[in-house]
Write a protein that binds this ligand. Sequence first.
Ligand code: GBH
Length: 529
Amino acid sequence: MLHISQKFKDMCEVNPHLASVVDYGLIILNLGVLAIGSNAFTRQQRKFPEDFMFGTATASYQIEGGWDADGKGENIWDHMTHTNPTVIKDQSNGDIAADSYNNYKRDVEMMRELGLDAYRFSLSWSRILPDGFANRINDAGVQFYNNYINEMLKYGITPMITLYHWDLPQKLQDLGGFLNPLFPEWFEDYSRVVFDLFGDRVKYWITFNEPREVCYQGYDTVTMAPILNATGIGAYLCAKHLVLAHARSYHLYKKEFAGDDGICGITYAMTWTEPLTDSKEDEIATELMRQADWGIYSEPIFSENGGFPKELTDVVNQKSKEQGFSRSRMPEFTKEEIEFMRGAYDFFGINHYTGVLVSGTEYLQEHPVPSMHDDINVGTFAPSDWPAAASSWLKQSPDSLLKILLLIKEKYNNPVMYITENGWSTRLEQGLEDDDRVRYYRAALENVLDALDAGVNLKGYMAWSLMDNFEWMQGYTERFGLYEVDFEDPARTRTPRKSAFIYKEVLRTRVVDHDYEPPSMIMTIDEGK
Ligand code: GBH
């Protein structure tokens, strides 16, 4: 455990601005003193608690296929990939994807092979409500999810459901989607249908996956459907309606469906950000970037004061005035709305992949005016010695998962947390020997243990992803799966990568053994699981 203390000391020396983590570093330093002896001894001490929930995560559009099967309605990804295929790197789409619509039993078999406690997946809104509204329920779609859920439960695997992982019914998009002020009501109506259908068996709910990618990437740029490109306007407006929608869904669940044991949260894309230097400018830049990335979606729910974050709001108010707008581009909430959202959570979900260093003076780029990037005007940098994945944005940044967990612990009074995604991309050509993914997962899981040692209220960890899938704008060119999927094969055969065996061993032993090598690449289901 001494290596952790060293790690913290290094971290703080390089970056005296990590004041927030320094305290926790000292706590761990103290713990470290208690653990003397060899690595082997240390590892033995560092066990995941028996009730720590291990799983994997997926999302409907990325795996299901069956895009128009049995009455499913069109969603914004169907619409965009069919009408505008060149926006996807390999011009592919999720029409069939991993065909989980027909392979759900195999999916659950893989969960059993890995020995998962839980499986996080999302519902396709338009598979259940083809028009988006609750007036018409598609029974075949409901049947599919009942089959999926029941198959998991049969083998003791706990389902964790994401209500929205980016595939809005196209009919709602035609009405403005998240920019329509009625969106929170539409989402509440959908939530009611779903809680009513599956709430008897499902006790873990996530309203939204990654608000930033929904609002910023979808409405403020052209990097996600519906590629609206309403720069400087779309993200803020969407943010208002998204957090209100979350709160409506949360309160509905707690009031009418949760019973004693149902919990509901929301999941954020948590890129670790830290100041490039110890200058005041870099410190401010980092805070602004955190607020634009996730604070704008988390402060209304998790902060004591509620509402949008102050520094970002001030900047947008000021710039809007200078730019000649009649009112701020940052929308406002009523007092009632602020109260309604404040504290509307049971847990904080974290999707974590990577980190960047942030500057207020270096690496700045030209941005459209107005735009969120112009509003915050920060530069980012990832050192070249951080190992790189297949995805351009994904590097292994040292201890970034731990730093995020400690930051949230401190910022929001140690809420219950789940890591709802964490993973690494490779290219297909790399085959089944994914040692870089193994290295990434082991480092991340050590960070989970560090966080548990430091008292972080972390209850579970979901690897992204169970299997290869449609990686949004990157199509099938980047692979995140513990299982490889053969997309050329009509059967969409799934084959475990080396990382699947490593993850399985961690779950079985509750220990991260850095020396473990799978004896063979033949996967079996352990009896008794
Ligand atoms: C998750 O998002 C998603 O929830 C999941 O669906 C996805 O498959 C998985 O990660 C892997 O990507 O503007 O080109 O630099 C991760 C969040 C994705 C956020 C990449 C930042 C930057 C893309 N991140 N994104 S780019």
